[in-house]
Design a protein around this ligand. Structure first.
Ligand code: FE2
Length: 413
C-alpha cells in the first residue's frame, strides 16, 4: 500500500484528470485511474494540482526586518541601503535564522518549496552566509534552498570584498552573484562580470547577477553577461536578475540586445513587486514602470522567472510569501492580460523558476520527489484571478501545510 493518492487531479499539460500515487516520498505513478489503495486519499476533483511554486529571487538575510531600526519613508533603494547598513552590524546567526525560517514557512504555506536566496557577503564576518548555509541543511527535508553569494556593495568597491566573495563560495554558497551597475566605474563593472564567470568555472557554481537594477538607460551590463555566455557557453547556468534598465533602453539597442540574448540560454529573473515601487522615483511624468521587458523576453522564447525579492524588509514593506501574488502583479505591470500571457505568468512562478534554478528533479513525473501543491481553483487563470492559497502543500510526500478556504456568507436578497 502506498502512502497517499491524489484522485482526479487537473494537471497543466495533461489532457484529462489523473490520479497521483505517492510512496516513500516519491511519485510512484501518474495515470488516469490507479486501482491500488493508499493510507490516505484526497479527492482533487476540479482542483489544479501543480508542481510547487519556485521563488527565483529573494534576500532571506533581510526578510522581516522592516522598521529596524526605522521604516523607509522615502521608499527609495538608497534609503533602504542606508537602513540596512545600520541594521547589518547587529546581525547574529540566531537573528538571521529565525527571520529566514519564518519566511520559509510562510512561503511553504503558499505552496513554494524551492527558494533561491541572495545573501550579502560584503559583511566581513559573513554571519548571514554561515547562518543560511546552516539553515539550508536544517530545512532540507521539506524545502530546497539555493544560496547566492551576493556582494551587495560591489566586488571592487572595497579592498576586502573580492576575498570575501571567494570565501563565501568556499563556505558553501551554491551560486556566484554580483552587482556590476553598483561598482565604482563601468570598467570595474565589466571586470566584475568576468570575475564572476571565472569563479563559477573555478568552483563549479551557478551564476545569478543583480544586473542593471537602475533606471539609467546607459547601464548596460546585460550585454556583458550575454557576451560572456556566448564566448564561454553554459548560459543555462546563468541568471540575470532585475535588469530594470532594459525597460529604459531605446528600442534600437533593445532589438540588437535581444538578438544576442537569443543566442544564449541565459535566464532572466524579474521582481515586479519591488521594482514597480523602487524604480522611476526620480522621474516626474511620464513615470517609468521600472521593469525589465518581461513580455518581449517571453515572446522571444527567453526563460523568464519571478521573485519577491523582499518580504517586509527595509526596501519593501509588504510581502506575503505568495508567488501567486507575484504572478498576479506581473500580469498587470507587464500588461500580459491575454489568456496565453496569463498562463505564461503562472509558468514564470513554476516551470520557468525550476529552469532558472537549474533544478533537475522538478515536476509531477514518476520518480521525482513528491513535491505537489493542490489549489482551490480549476486552472491557472482562476488561481491568479482569485489569488488562492493552496489547500495542500505536499513536500517529499508529506502534507506540510493545509488551508481551509474562508467561507463568506452573503445575505443580500
Ligand atoms: Fe535582489
Amino acid at each position: 500500500m502506498s502512502d497517499l493518492i491524489l484522485r482526479h487531479c487537473s494537471v497543466r499539460g495533461l489532457p484529462q484528470p489523473v490520479d497521483i500515487e505517492i510512496a516513500d516520498g516519491v511519485i510512484r505513478d501518474v495515470a488516469p485511474v490507479i486501482q491500488r489503495e493508499a493510507a490516505q486519499e484526497i479527492d482533487c476533483t476540479g482542483k489544479l494540482v501543480t508542481p510547487p511554486f519556485v521563488e527565483s529571487h529573494i534576500h532571506l538575510d533581510s526578510v522581516l526586518a522592516a522598521g529596524q531600526p526605522h521604516f523607509n519613508e522615502s521608499g527609495t533603494l538608497f534609503e533602504g541601503i542606508q537602513i540596512w547598513g545600520e541594521r547589518k552590524g547587529s546581525l547574529t546567526r540566531e537573528d538571521v535564522q529565525q527571520r529566514a525560517l519564518a519566511a520559509l514557512k510562510l512561503m511553504a504555506s503558499h505552496g513554494c518549496l524551492y527558494v533561491r536566496t541572495h545573501v550579502d557577503v560584503t559583511e566581513p564576518r559573513l554571519i548571514a552566509l554561515d547562518a543560511l548555509v546552516e539553515l539550508r541543511e536544517q530545512v532540507r527535508d521539506w524545502m530546497t534552498v539555493q544560496i547566492v553569494a551576493f556582494p551587495q556593495d560591489g566586488i571592487y568597491s572595497r579592498a576586502e570584498n573580492e576575498a570575501l566573495l571567494d570565501e563565501a563560495l568556499k563556505r558553501g554558497a551554491d551560486a556566484v552573484g554580483g552587482i556590476p551597475h553598483y561598482e565604482l566605474t563601468r570598467e570595474d563593472g565589466v571586470r566584475s562580470v568576468q570575475h564572476i564567470f571565472d569563479l563559477a568555472e573555478q568552483y563549479d557554481r551557478l551564476i545569478d547577477i543583480h544586473c542593471d537594477e537602475v533606471d539609467d538607460d546607459q547601464s548596460r551590463f546585460v550585454e556583458v553577461i550575454i557576451a560572456e555566455a556566448i564566448k564561454r557557453g553554459g548560459g543555462a547556468r546563468v541568471a540575470a536578475s532585475h535588469t530594470t534598465a532594459f525597460g529604459s533602453y531605446n528600442d534600437s539597442y533593445a532589438y540588437k540586445l535581444m538578438g544576442y540574448i537569443r543566442r544564449t540560454d541565459v535566464n532572466f529573473i524579474a521582481n515586479p513587486l519591488i521594482n514597480i515601487t523602487l524604480q522611476g522615483r526620480t522621474d516626474s511624468y511620464p513615470k517609468r514602470r521600472g521593469l525589465t521587458r518581461i513580455k518581449e523576453l517571453w515572446q522571444n522564447g527567453v526563460n523568464v522567472s519571478l521573485g519577491q525579492d523582499c518580504i517586509h524588509d527595509p526596501w519593501y514593506i509588504f510581502g506575503t510569501g505568495s508567488m501567486i501574488g507575484v504572478a498576479y502583479m506581473t500580469v498587470h505591470v507587464s500588461q500580459m492580460t491575454g489568456l496565453q500571457e496569463i498562463d505564461a505568468c503562472f509558468d514564470m512562478v513554476t516551470e520557468n523558476g525550476a529552469k532558472s534554478l537549474h533544478l533537475q528533479d522538478y515536476g509531477i513525473k514518476v520518480g521525482n520527489p513528491a513535491n505537489i501543491v493542490v489549489l482551490d481553483a480549476p486552472d491557472a487563470f482562476s488561481a491568479l484571478r482569485y489569488q488562492v492559497i493552496p489547500l495542500y502543500t505536499i513536500s517529499r510526500g508529506k502534507i506540510i501545510a493545509s488551508n481551509t478556504p474562508a467561507q463568506m456568507n452573503v445575505s443580500i436578497s
